[in-house]
Design a protein around this ligand. Structure first.
Ligand code: BDR
Ligand code: CA
Length: 309
């Protein structure tokens, strides 16, 4: 029996590769891909998601639009990383066959979770607005979700937008708080601590046999890799969102610890920071399974084998 999955994305170069990994793994019954404002506008994220499904010739997977802004704040796009179109220009001239489906992502999330109680895994690779809206409308979904895996935050390292904040939590920290405080029995944080160790390099790309996929991944990540080198002096680019999908596929790829986590929302310098109580200093119970390390080689072995399946 395939596991039921909803992917929530702000597609985005690495979201796109995460979608490809999830679809090509054939391990999931993908109930739908929900889109959110984040790296690019909701419209662009939705269009990019449809283009990626066209690339895979998977037009039967539903794509449902969600929030077109963060809960309380203004949009904060990341064109510098993901390019004007959000895919590094890789599918700029592709004609679009797949059209988004009817509905609103938070409602789709609620209905899917209630229809398949205890069965749905949520993999969230954008700002957490859609899930926060779903929780506000129907708090009882917490009891019916199988698990939540989200890419966001950094525990023991620097942020990638501000000195302390990672992009997905920085964009919509109020939503992230709602999600972290909701009381999910199983919620896993996949943060920069581990995703920065999952660097896609030229040699990985060269191993992808399918020409369309190889060209897409090469082209979409080209500027991203250049920028990553300029900023970090390492060749490659971080597979943030694909690693979150990787964790859904295989928990053993990462080491985790149970900690209490919250998100800063009222600080001039630290808004969007994930605050993780690694020394148990607060009188609060652990609420998140935090990824502390990753087996990078095992992740890329899995990644390449799925790309070539
Ligand atoms: C996260 O921010 C986005 O730019 C990426 O798609 C990823 O989800 C990394 O901080
Ligand atoms: Ca993303």
């Amino acid at each position: 029996m395939k596991r039921k999955l909803i992917l929530d994305v702000d597609t985005g170069i690495d979201d796109a590769i995460g979608i490809i990994l999830a679809v090509k793994s054939r391990q999931f019954d993908i109930l739908g891909i929900t889109t959110v404002n984040g790296n690019v506008s909701l419209e662009s994220a939705t269009r990019n998601t449809c283009k990626v499904l066209d690339l895979l010739d998977e037009q039967n997977i539903s794509v449902i639009k969600g929030a077109n802004s963060p809960l309380l704040r203004n949009s904060f796009f990341e064109h510098a990383v993901h390019g004007e179109d959000g895919l590094g220009g890789a599918l700029q001239h592709a004609s679009i066959r797949k059209q988004p489906d009817e509905g609103f992502a938070p409602d789709f999330i609620i209905n899917s979770i209630l229809n398949f109680s205890g069965e749905v895994t949520l993999v969230m690779t954008g700002p957490l607005t859609n899930l926060a809206l779903a929780l506000k409308k129907c708090p009882e979904i917490v009891k019916h979700v199988k698990e939540v895996i989200f890419m966001g935050g950094v525990v023991q390292g620097a942020g990638n937008v501000t000195p302390t904040a990672e992009y997905n939590l920085y964009v919509d920290p109020e939503s992230a708080r709602i999600v972290l405080q909701a009381g999910f029995a199983s919620i896993t944080q996949v943060g920069l601590d581990v995703t920065r160790k999952a660097l896609l390099r030229d040699e990985h790309i060269a191993l992808i046999e399918d020409r369309n996929l190889r060209e897409f991944i090469d082209k979409s990540t080209c500027d991203y890799r250049k920028r990553y080198f300029e900023r970090n002096q390492v060749s490659g680019c971080a597979m943030h969102d694909p690693l979150a999908v990787g964790v859904a596929l295989e928990k053993k790829l990462v080491q985790t610890g149970q900690y209490y986590c919250d998100v800063e929302t009222r600080s001039e310098l630290c808004d969007g920071q994930l605050v993780c109580d690694i020394q148990n200093r607060l009188p609060a119970h652990p609420n998140v399974s935090v990824c502390t390390d990753v087996n990078t080689e095992a992740f890329f072995d899995l990644f390449i084998s799925i790309m070539n399946s």
